[in-house]
Design a protein around this ligand. Structure first.
Ligand SMILES: [Zn+2]
Length: 438
């Protein structure tokens, strides 16, 4: 195909953030809003981005321009923590973390030993992401390698930027969900060889959390990390007080929960720790020093009664934070709804989450937390063309509030507060239309 045939042109109002920041006050100066803009895409990447008037002469007459004026085009949302095999158990009633795992999660995850079932649910899961405008996610599979094969196969069909891994879990769960240190190593290794950097797919070494891994298994996770230093590490940390007490019982020789991961070499760049609701001072410092990232999962933390994540402290400590929906303890795939809850979580702690900060965390900031800001997160030339067309006035109430909001920041805040999957008008992955709201 000639370059001209693979060129695509999108017109509309565009909003993105041009650079990563260390303080939330810097976000506004990095914000870019182009009321009448043009995005040119070639071979799935941003070829040119700017004002319509400045760029329109580059559009060959044979190209049909996708005209989204009246809508707002933003970079695809980044979900930094989610469990695909828990899609079918969202909204399981009544428990906090440890009981919730035993009663609801483990029986559900058992089904993913069936490769065909895993394939069906992978398709369902990806559709849910796309209809909610999420174009990149860091994803837990189950202990079964089949679950990860199924997800990666489905994601590779639309060339989605996705990070995932097989759960490593060799104790404190039902027998039917346990691997062992050796098999978890060998299975993870085979998956890394098959999928890591295969197209846009990336692998995360995924011990579920310290209580379900023996020291021998964490040593195997460390070995994988040493053998494949450019993979990711994805796990849970300090979500629930009972969980923390349990880790201290299981690993008495360690200096707290995070020290378990740290001593096995599992902190560092491309290490993403979900929750971090109850961190001690030394743990904030360790995350900061090692360049580790946090996935802030507001709907999950509220739903399981885990507690309130201290976002302000993360900024103070210069720790990268992204937003996680944490399906199925989280209650929505939708990033706008998740940001709405994030606002309330920090409001309860006397901190105000601005619309710009929320937008940052769910796009470029989330990409930064995943170590992917060089390839996704905004419309910089050369980046991968994953984006969402938002409909700011999808309901009568949204229309009313949007019309009586004057500034961009107010309009964006209303979109976050009142938005949901109806706000997602189109989703593009790799420059191609992959979801169309009907
Ligand atoms: Zn989780």
């Amino acid at each position: 195909m000639s370059g001209e045939q693979t060129l695509k042109a999108v017109r509309g109002s565009f909003l993105d953030i041009t650079r990563t920041v260390e303080h939330p006050e810097e976000i506004e100066s990095a914000l870019r809003f182009i009321e009448d803009g043009l995005l040119l895409i070639r071979d799935g990447k941003v070829a040119w981005f700017g004002e319509w008037e400045d760029g329109k002469a580059q559009i060959p007459s044979s190209i049909r321009v996708r005209d989204y004026r009246g809508k707002i085009v933003v970079p695809g949302f980044v979900d930094t923590h989610i469990h695909y095999p828990q899609s079918e158990m969202v909204g399981a009633y009544g428990e906090q973390l440890l009981e919730w795992l035993n009663k609801h999660t483990f029986p559900t995850e058992r089904r993913y030993q069936d490769a065909e079932y895993a394939r069906e649910m992978s398709t369902f899961f990806l559709k849910q992401l796309l209809r909610n405008g999420t174009t990149t996610a860091l994803v837990f599979g189950t202990v079964h390698p089949e679950s990860v094969d199924a997800l990666f196969e489905a994601a590779s069909q639309i060339n989605m930027r996705m990070i995932a891994g097989k759960v490593m879990m060799d104790r404190n769960a039902p027998d039917y969900l346990l691997d062992d240190a050796e098999s978890s190593y060998l299975q993870s290794k085979a998956l890394i060889e098959r999928w890591h950097k295969n197209g846009r797919l990336l692998y995360a070494i995924t011990p579920r959390f310290a209580p379900t891994s023996t020291p021998q298994q964490l040593a195997m996770a460390q070995r994988l990390r040493e053998e494949y230093p450019d993979t990711w590490l994805h796990t849970h940390l300090c979500e629930n007080k009972q969980e923390i007490a349990w880790v201290k019982e299981l690993y008495p020789e360690h200096d707290g929960y995070l020290d378990v991961y740290h001593q096995y070499g599992l902190t560092g760049k491309r290490s993403v720790f979900a929750h971090c609701v109850h961190l001690e001072d030394k743990e904030w410092d360790c995350l900061s020093k090692t360049g580790s990232s946090i996935a802030f999962c507001p709907t999950s933390n509220l739903y399981l009664g885990s507690g309130l994540f201290n976002l302000q402290q993360a900024w103070r400590k210069k720790i990268k934070v992204g937003i996680g929906t944490d399906i199925g303890a989280g209650t929505t795939f939708n990033m706008l709804q998740t940001l709405n809850e994030a606002y309330k979580v920090v409001q309860l702690q006397g901190y105000r989450l601005s619309a710009y900060e929320a937008f940052y965390l769910s796009t470029l900031g989330g990409a930064h937390a995943l170590g992917l800001d060089h390839c996704i997160g905004n419309f910089a030339a050369g980046k991968e063309a994953d984006f969402v067309v938002l409909e700011p006035t999808a309901t009568p109430l949204q229309q009313l509030r949007y019309d009586n909001s004057v500034s961009l920041v107010d309009k964006l805040f209303v979109m976050i507060t009142l938005g949901d999957d109806r706000s997602i008008y189109r989703t593009y992955v790799d420059g191609r239309l992959v979801y169309e709201r009907t």
